[in-house]
Ligand binder design. Structure first.
Ligand SMILES: Cc1cc2nc3c(=O)[nH]c(=O)nc-3n(C[C@H](O)[C@H](O)[C@H](O)COP(=O)(O)OP(=O)(O)OC[C@H]3O[C@@H](n4cnc5c(N)ncnc54)[C@H](O)[C@@H]3O)c2cc1C
Length: 506
């Protein structure tokens, strides 16, 4: 709640802050308590001179349904650039995030037949200056929301906003608990941390974000860290077959691994597109929930294969039969490693429970023309998840936005209420600065996220994926590779915004 300008029962700013002796207080509304919204809200609520309310449409105990697999939820890879960024402005929150996760230290790739492709320690190779973190999605959400505290107003959807003649913003809110609609007036800035389908972005920019679809799809599932039949790993196997992230490719998928009468043999999209790529998964161990005693350790599996450009994921490729074929090498079952056998069995058995999406992008936009609305995270720059940079850059955005907005407020502390127009001008300038500092960077990260999916297609003229996988190995290991991949990864993981601690620990 405000520290100077109080908020009345109707949510409107009281006039006590408008007396000439009192430092002006800015009122900021955030739509959405996701990664960008909740992390920014935590910083703003600690700042004297800021009154922040974060509206979250979901109930306190929930995460969005499409992230939630039937039983156990979803996993999240928070990459080094986010961990480094949050460590600069809020080391306590970084440590709490690390405390609910496991370190993500290496990039390791091999094939379903056990061919080693590459292994890189991110920090030892100079690709990053700190490690990433692997966590349960719902735990990460719960943690950042707890850290934001009581400035979150739950089950309240920001339905509309209007910029009044005096420049203040009035919100229309839908309240899920009693089905009512209300308005709240007097905000100086509205921040959209609403995620990929942000209605605030649509209103602020006057059109729905145009989406470009690519030619690669994603699938994901989180399963218990146990053998495919649910029995625990034998004691001598410790935590099982998997730990830090590994990528596993099938570089020789073939129609010959389908049953003779299978309809998939006649499915042109499956035969000519899906099977002309190297289906791959990333798999990593995720710790037991720190918030729900009944949720144990999990394995997070996400994967990709090629689909026809700009089209839906072919229905035939989403079946257990298709998964079985995609993850069987040309040499058949005898060549499968135990890890690959586990993956194939798990995907085949759980084909109906996989979460599906396609590579897609929206143009980067951080604000409306007047600086009344700031977009962060997926609302500003939704892109494909191949490098795990969605939540990661949302966290970067939140840290940068907190720095710039709080900086603007602190620069005006000597002002009095009659100078309020100067405070607002600083705030609008800060909004512009956030876009200036972060637009090129997230545009770049979006483009390399798309590029990271390209190597799963066979090289022109090749009959299998060995050539493209070998080329990817060189890209990850050779600084002189023509793709410049290692330089690009350094830019992504090391060139995060350089920021200072925002609030000293009390
Ligand atoms: C299954 C899955 C796995 C992923 N894995 C990774 C990964 O490993 N690493 C990674 O970096 N990224 C990953 N991503 C991408 C990542 O989830 C997003 O980029 C990230 O969540 C975006 O954060 P955000 O702050 O923009 O918004 P979100 O986290 O999407 O949060 C938006 C919030 O706003 C709320 N909301 C929406 N509209 C309104 C409204 N009008 N009023 C009030 N509240 C509203 C929603 O309920 C939600 O809580 C993954 C995505 C998915 C779906």
């Amino acid at each position: 709640m405000g520290k100077g300008a109080g908020k009345g029962a109707d949510g409107n700013t009281t006039t006590q802050a408008m007396t000439a002796e009192v430092t002006p207080v800015v009122r900021i509304a955030i739509a959405g308590a996701g990664f960008s919204g909740a992390i920014l809200a935590r910083q703003l609520k600690k700042e004297p001179g800021v009154d922040v309310v974060c509206y979250e449409k979901m109930a306190q105990a929930s995460v969005r349904k499409h992230w939630t697999q039937p039983v156990t939820g979803a996993g999240l890879n928070i990459n080094p650039n986010a961990m480094a960024c949050i460590g600069q402005v809020d080391p306590e929150l970084r440590d709490r995030l690390r405390g609910i996760g496991l370190p993500r230290e290496t990039v390791r790739a091999s094939t379903v037949t056990g061919r080693h492709i590459y292994e890189q320690d991110m920090v030892a190779e100079g690709l990053a200056d700190t490690h990433g973190c692997r966590v349960r999605w719902d735990d990460a959400n719960t943690l950042i929301r707890q850290a934001a505290g009581d400035c979150i107003r739950w089950e309240t959807t920001v339905e509309d906003h209007v910029v009044e003649k005096d420049g203040s913003i009035t919100l229309t809110l839908a309240n899920a608990d009693d089905g009512s609609t209300s308005t709240e007036a007097g905000f100086d800035l509205l921040i959209a941390g609403e995620g990929r389908y942000s209605n605030t972005r649509t209103r602020a920019l006057g059109s729905v974000a145009p989406t470009s679809y690519g030619d690669v799809c994603n699938f994901r599932i989180l399963v218990p860290n146990a053998q495919p039949d649910g029995t625990p790993w034998p004691a001598e196997m410790g935590t099982g077959l998997f730990d830090d992230l590994q990528l596993i490719y099938n570089e020789t998928p073939t129609v010959d691994n389908l049953a003779p009468g299978s309809a998939l043999r006649e499915d042109h999209e499956f035969v000519n597109t899906v099977l002309r790529s190297t289906p791959r998964v990333g798999i990593m161990r995720i710790p037991a929930s720190k918030f729900k005693a009944e949720v144990g350790e999990s394995l997070y599996i996400f994967g990709n294969f090629a689909i026809p450009d700009q089209k839906d994921v072919p229905a035939g490729s989403k079946t257990g039969e298709a998964m079985h074929c995609m993850f069987t090498p040309a040499g058949g079952d005898a060549e499968l490693t135990p890890e690959a056998r586990f993956i194939r069995e798990t995907l085949t058995k759980n084909a109906d429970s996989l979460h599906w999406s396609r590579f897609q992008d929206i143009p980067v936009e951080f604000s409306d023309a007047t600086g009344h609305v700031l977009m962060l995270g997926d609302a500003a720059h939704g892109f494909c998840p191949s490098l795990g940079q969605g939540a990661t850059t949302s966290i970067e955005d939140a840290c940068l936005a907190a720095t710039e907005l709080i900086g603007a407020v602190r620069r005006t502390t000597s002002l009095v209420a009659s100078d309020r127009h100067l405070v607002i001008a600083e705030l609008r300038a800060a909004v512009a600065k956030i876009g200036e500092r972060q637009s090129d960077r997230v545009d770049f990260i979006g483009s390399i996220s798309t590029e990271a999916g390209e190597h799963i297609r066979f090289l022109p003229g090749d009959l299998d994926g060995r050539g493209s996988v070998d080329d990817d190995a060189l890209a990850w290991t050779d600084d002189n590779h023509k793709s410049g991949w290692r330089h690009k990864m350094r830019r992504a993981w090391l060139e995060y915004p350089k920021l200072d601690l925002i609030h000293k620990a009390v």
